[in-house]
Ligand binder design. Structure first.
Ligand code: SF4
Length: 617
């Protein structure tokens, strides 16, 4: 927390501390007994001996306000804390695990919300009898569903964020993700909810005490004081004013404090992110020589991913390719081609609604044993993620948890796989390895203090921390400017050279990038593989009109987005009956529109899904 944040908290924090301190030291203050009656002084106006006057029984009002603060505040704080812990636990579990857990947590909590609050409180009081403990329990039951709803909604949106997926890709356990990633990120709205709940609990405590369902007289509480003052408000209106002022003053201070605390806790709000800086242009790597397409590390066979439901349209259909150790394979295509979906299926991180309908994803381990990732239990897959398999995502800004220092996040990938010793030193070494200029300082920085390129270097450091055998990179340079793109490509190429047998699947829409980094490429269109082959051969002689169109859309020497091809990729539920590229293809003939073309091999190591590939030669 910086000095600016402390300054912003000083006023409401000081006021709140003052209120709490006053309530705490009340027993030692020279005040009259709050329950001692003095009938002669009944409804007496403020005077030197009784600064705020005396109530309907002649009791000192100031003394009762301060003693009442102890009761009201402790009931409100205790009830809110209990509600916050229970409600947050229910919400976060339901939002993260969904399914049956969601039913047993959030939905059950929502049933409680259906009861009118006073009726529920009355039920609890009837069962347990009136008193402060009963009041705390009633209020906690009333307010816990509110926390559950906030935690549930925030968890749902946070779990879809890239940095949660990135943590899963690193193989982090669910418990760690919940506590270290999700909880800090959903904390700000929960803090606000806490402030509102204390305020509401204070009011409800007063209301219940007012109705005789809360604190038992003659113990002082603000609610009981308002109840007593109401009966005599015409003779002594000030008696109503004091407890109301105390109540609204504390509620205001609490709201202000929690508002400021929320701002201060979120490091994104503390400083403006430093503008990205251009580093020295790194020399582009020499295009790697094509490696042979010997299956060895990864084999994807007949992979089909579909939307839910028996008639769910396939987003990826019958996709297959292989990757040899040390090889870089680029998967190329426009948005909607299914390339990212294929990479996520390999990681076992498909978005919840999507499912793999058929196929195999075989990863060969060091002993030469191939395991089908699609049939591994989740726990076994989680052990592989971040260890044997790692992934770098498109947007480094979204992939890093904004609330944790980057060193902690890189360390997370080491901790997730059992590292306990020298973790900090290894983090700094990794950050140095990925080219961060001052790795010790970078480790202490928050993501918003780094440039886009630096953030992507951090993500790469986390991905390669456990020396994976397969690295998936999903458009890792798309969100970066051209110069930084070149540096990141150079870094990935250098890491791969250093990694020896590490294979890389590089997902991109940019053929210029393919030329720089890949040995072979797979071109995908509308969820299908349409062409495959060594990069040099495909570039020299494409065997599919779509590949040729992609190449034509890329002016010499300059990277260009692929959307330059006229038309759009068809939607999964509206695929053409024949060749999926036919509506955009200059070579289309009637035969192309009647039946889908099969993949054929025009040469060893080459495949194309085009009826007219010979005419393209
Ligand atoms: S099969 Fe026909 S429509 Fe499809 S890419 Fe080849 S020529 Fe074009």
């Amino acid at each position: 927390m910086g000095h600016g944040g402390l300054r912003r908290l000083a006023l409401p924090g000081g006021l709140l501390a003052g209120i709490l301190l006053l309530a705490l030291i009340t027993p030692w203050l020279p005040l009259p007994d709050p329950v001692r009656q003095d009938i002669a002084g009944r409804l007496a106006a403020p005077a030197a001996a009784h600064w705020l006057g005396q109530d309907e029984y002649g009791r000192d009002v100031l003394s009762r306000i301060l003693w009442g603060a102890r009761v009201s505040l402790s009931v409100a704080f205790a009830a809110s804390l209990l509600a916050a812990v229970a409600g947050t636990l229910l919400g976060i579990l339901g939002g993260y695990f969904r399914g049956v857990v969601e039913l047993l947590t959030v939905r059950v909590a929502e049933v409680v919300l259906c009861f009118p609050p006073l009726l529920l409180a009355l039920l609890v009081v009837t069962l347990l009898g009136p008193g402060a403990t009963t009041l705390i329990l009633s209020l906690a039951i009333l307010f816990a569903p509110g926390f559950a709803r906030v935690a549930y909604a925030e968890t749902l949106s946070a779990r879809a964020l890239d940095y949660v997926t990135a943590q899963q890709a690193l193989g982090a356990r669910s418990g760690r993700i919940l506590i270290r990633t999700l909880l800090p990120n959903i904390a700000p709205p929960l803090i606000v909810q806490f402030s509102l709940t204390i305020a509401a609990a204070l009011l409800l405590e007063s209301g219940l005490s007012f109705l005789g369902l809360g604190v038992v007289p003659p113990s002082p509480s603000w609610g009981l004081m308002i109840r007593g003052a109401r009966a005599t408000m015409e003779q002594a209106p000030l008696l109503l004013l004091w407890p109301c002022l105390a109540l609204s003053g504390v509620v205001l201070v609490l709201n202000l404090f929690c508002d400021r605390l929320r701002d201060v806790l979120d490091p994104r709000g503390r400083t403006q992110g430093r503008p990205g800086f251009l580093r020295r242009i790194a020399a582009l790597p020499t295009p790697a020589s094509p490696a042979s397409a010997v299956p060895g590390l990864l084999a994807v066979e007949g992979l089909t991913v579909a939307l839910p439901g028996p008639a769910g349209a396939p987003l990826v259909r019958d996709v297959g390719f292989t990757l040899a150790p040390g090889e870089t394979l680029a998967i190329v295509g426009e948005s909607g081609s299914g390339k990212t979906m294929t990479a996520l299926a390999i990681m076992g991180l498909l978005p919840g609604e999507l499912r793999v309908v058929s196929g195999r994803i075989l990863l060969t381990d060091d002993d030469g044993r191939a395991r089908d990732l699609l049939r591994l239990p989740e726990q076994a897959l989680r052990r592989l993620r971040g260890n044997d398999l790692a992934m770098v995502f498109q947007d480094p800004s979204a992939s890093l948890n904004p609330l944790l220092r980057v060193g902690v996040q890189v360390a997370e990938s080491l901790h997730a796989h059992g590292a306990t010793e020298d973790v900090q030193a290894r983090v700094v070494a990794l950050l140095r390895e990925v080219g961060l200029p001052d790795p010790e300082r970078a480790a202490r920085a928050y993501p918003h203090e780094l440039s886009g390129g630096q953030r992507q270097r951090v993500m790469i450091a986390a991905a390669v921390a456990n020396q994976p055998r397969l690295l998936l990179a999903d458009e890792p340079t798309t969100a970066l400017d051209v110069t930084v793109q070149a540096q990141i490509l150079a870094l990935l190429a250098a890491l791969k050279r250093a990694g020896g047998a590490m294979g890389m699947v590089f997902v991109t829409h940019n053929l210029a990038v393919v030329a720089e980094i890949a040995d072979r490429l797979v071109v995908m269109y509308a969820g299908e593989v349409v062409e495959e082959g060594p990069v040099t051969e495909v570039f020299a002689a494409p065997r599919h009109p779509y590949t040729a169109a992609l190449m034509a859309s890329m002016p010499e020497g300059e990277a260009e987005r692929l959307s330059a091809i006229p038309g759009a990729v068809p939607q999964p539920w509206a695929m053409p009956a024949g060749c999926r590229f036919a509506p955009r293809c200059d070579f289309a003939i009637e035969a192309c529109r009647t039946a889908p073309p099969a993949l054929v091999a025009p040469a060893p190591g080459r495949r194309t899904r085009c009826l007219r590939w010979k005419e393209l030669a």
